[in-house]
Design a protein around this ligand. Sequence first.
Ligand SMILES: Cc1ncc(COP(=O)(O)O)c(C=O)c1O
Length: 442
Amino acid sequence: MNDSRIARKLDASTGAGTRLDPWFDRYADRALGMKQSETRSLFAVANRPEVVSLAGGMPNIEGLPLDFLADMTAKLIRERGPQVLQYGGGQGEEELREMIVDVMRPEGIRAHPDDITITTGSQQALDIITQIFINPGDVIVAEAPSYVGALGVFRAYQANVVHVPLDKDGLIPEALEETLAKLAREGREVKFLYTVPNFHNPAGVSMSAERRPQIVEICERYHVLILEDNPYGMLGFDDQTMTPLQRLNPDGVIYLGSFSKTFAPGYRVGWALANHAVTQRLILANENAVLSPTKMGQLSIAEYLRSYDWMAQIKQYRSMYRERRDAMSAALDRHLPRASWNVPEGGFYTWVKVPDGIDAKAMLPRATTNLVAYVSGTAFYADGQGSDHMRLSFCYPTPERIEEGVRRLATVIENELETIEMFGHPTRYPNTGVETPKSNLR
Ligand SMILES: Cc1ncc(COP(=O)(O)O)c(C=O)c1O
């Protein structure tokens, strides 16, 4: 019996979990490793209208042309209903894959539709990629911090996540090299590097142009596959795009894209671009998981791309999010002079280092009582660090709500600091040396 099974038997023998769940001792080990993400546990509270939520990563889709989409959908069903409402292939619809080739072109990717697999959002791409590469205990190297949803998938497949720090220019090549060398010395094979090079979730930073070829070269040398997750790349506030790692080594990178942030997440359509061999396995895994990805979602998006000026829509998103980013930066300047943060040049998130002594995770209940929500930095690490940071999203609330939310947050932090002054520092998780990305504009 392996350790986790023994632990589970012990749990069961003490009665833990058995009264509410009669099947507790029947679950696979991987199910016991799953836990509710810190962002999800916040959802119920954060969605109350009186709370200003700076927590979620929900895009603000109010600007979408709803009348156009309603007419488009009606026409799609009327004219192509039997096709749209039928099962499709496991790789996804060819007409959409052909269009995704065009969607990736502004970032400089030259792809073939046969190398694209459509998934139920890029979240499902993360799932099937992890499924086909990871055995329990395998090592995944990931940025510190990393997207919470990816960490959840990695945990579910019982991967061993080894973090490598990033700074204001993204993943640090020297730290990556050092980590890979150490793992090699220990005989631990790395299955892949997980990175979000553009407008990082949660850190808000982008990998610099100089570092991109360095990261690709290091991974090539250590024979480490790169998983490049890029849902925000088209949301640069100055219309800037950055060279995808995929372009630097198409065979050594699996690239993930999504329509969730640049169009609408409700369609649940994302994709993976990989070489031929990996794609064949992804299609099999996709078939096992969903038979075929949503036909309705795929063909609606294909129709949207064909008949609407989607680039104009993205430009509108950029200026709306830029305005909210400005509101967030101004509010932080005004209300939180004792914190430090980066000023993101695209995407949805600001990563804030809280004043010394504050534990962002411990403070969260007091923040929600004061009607403001954020995500504690601890959600974005596999190893418990991060209590000295919080992620603030500026994507969903209006600029006025952002200002009000940060003002409330400042009051909570001031109260917390007063309490600490009076009663001393609470116990906190050790910080294992990850630097806050320094402000890049101020
Ligand atoms: C970095 C990153 N990857 C993947 C996803 C999943 O997006 P979706 O499944 O909607 O495409 C998100 C969503 O927030 C994200 O921030």
